[in-house]
Design a protein around this ligand. Structure first.
Ligand SMILES: [Zn+2]
Length: 349
């Protein structure tokens, strides 16, 4: 039997205790200290979900102070010119390096907005098969066949912004994605405030950013149960601050993503630290970063289960170092190596 100890993310709360594993499955969760020597100590939890990434631009070096338009706006922002200049092999190299670092940092799945149409999705699926891929059509008008091809490979569609497309086209893409029972996600109110009623009428699975959202926009998200993914370090690069305390007060579900690889490494502890600092500066509580960091990303993908450690689940687990009794600040301060336990191979570091 293998044991992981310290604290455990359970259905109810984070408890002081340990997890027992046999035959690749969690067979017990107990409070207190184990009699066996644990393989690793810290916060035991399912691997984190990084809820918003663009993994392929990992190789691009950028100078400080670029604007959203100059850097990421399609079709001719620096990022898009860079991606078009790469060979398939160079893209694969960027993606595989990114996936490896994500895994080392305790991230099980990243939800990627993949540029480059069908071919872009194909390269990501081949290189990082476990990622959640949200593709983007290349056609300027709705193209039924292209949508079918993208959705045949991808898990859904990631729309760069409602301001980049006409409403009819957006609705056709949203309808097609919904009919295919796939994920629809949208960058929303990043550079400037966008029409929340139009965004919500597309019935997105989740939206990203909401930096320029009003309280009324945030309340509408909460009422519609559309989660918001916050990317605080990426916003900071562009001189923007997400209203995280207001988001929480409005009752919205908040998850965390690390956004463009050229701006931020795939490290949820670094990302959550910046989120926490902003939350505290806005008068919020440091501990309120735990739920966005640890639970909400998995909840987007698995609304009803697999969010916590539970008896009977495959022992695909992450242990984040956290000295002593669990405290969010202690966990974010400790940058020691993350331990990964995989059911098929037993222990792994
Ligand atoms: Zn993004």
């Amino acid at each position: 039997m293998d044991v992981l100890s310290g604290s455990v993310l359970t259905d109810d709360d984070i408890i002081s205790g340990y997890v027992c594993i046999e035959g690749g499955r969690v067979v017990a969760i107990e409070e207190g200290k184990p009699s066996e020597t644990p393989l690793a100590t810290g916060l035991v939890m399912p691997p984190m979900v990084n809820s918003h990434t663009h993994c392929a631009d990992a190789g691009l070096k950028i100078r400080p102070g670029m604007t959203i338009d100059d850097l990421v706006a399609p079709p001719n922002g620096l990022k898009h010119r860079y991606l078009r200049s790469l060979t398939a092999q160079q893209l694969e190299n960027n993606i595989s390096r990114y996936a490896e670092i994500s895994n080392r940092n305790g991230i099980g799945i990243f939800i990627d907005f993949r540029e480059g149409g069908e071919e872009g999705c194909r390269i990501l699926r081949k290189t990082a098969p476990g990622s959640v891929i949200l593709g983007r059509p290349l056609s300027e008008e709705y193209d039924y066949n292209e949508m079918n091809c993208i959705l045949g490979i991808a898990d859904g569609i990631g729309i760069s912004s409602i301001s980049d497309m006409n409403t009819r086209h957006l609705e056709q893409i949203a309808d097609h994605t919904r009919r295919a029972n796939k994920i629809l996600a949208i960058h929303a109110s990043e550079k400037e405030r966008e029409d929340m009623d139009l965004i919500l009428s597309l019935d997105p699975t989740f939206i990203v950013h909401m930096v320029e959202a009003t309280d009324s926009d945030l309340l509408k998200c909460a009422e519609s149960e559309v989660p918001i993914v916050v990317c605080a370090r990426s916003n900071r690069y562009f001189g923007k601050v997400p209203p995280v305390k207001r988001m929480l007060e409005c009752g919205a579900d908040i998850a965390i993503g690390t956004d463009n690889a050229m701006l931020c490494d795939p490290d949820m502890r670094s990302e959550a630290s910046v989120f926490r600092d902003i939350l505290v500066s806005q008068g919020g509580l440091s501990g309120d970063v735990a739920d966005p960091m640890l639970r909400q990303g998995r909840k987007i993908l698995y609304p009803h289960n697999k969010i916590h450690v539970s008896v009977g689940m495959p022992a695909d687990l992450t242990v984040l170092p956290c000295p002593g009794e669990f405290q969010v600040d202690r966990m974010l301060r400790d940058r020691g190596g993350v331990f990964r336990y995989k059911p098929e191979t037993g222990e792994s570091k």
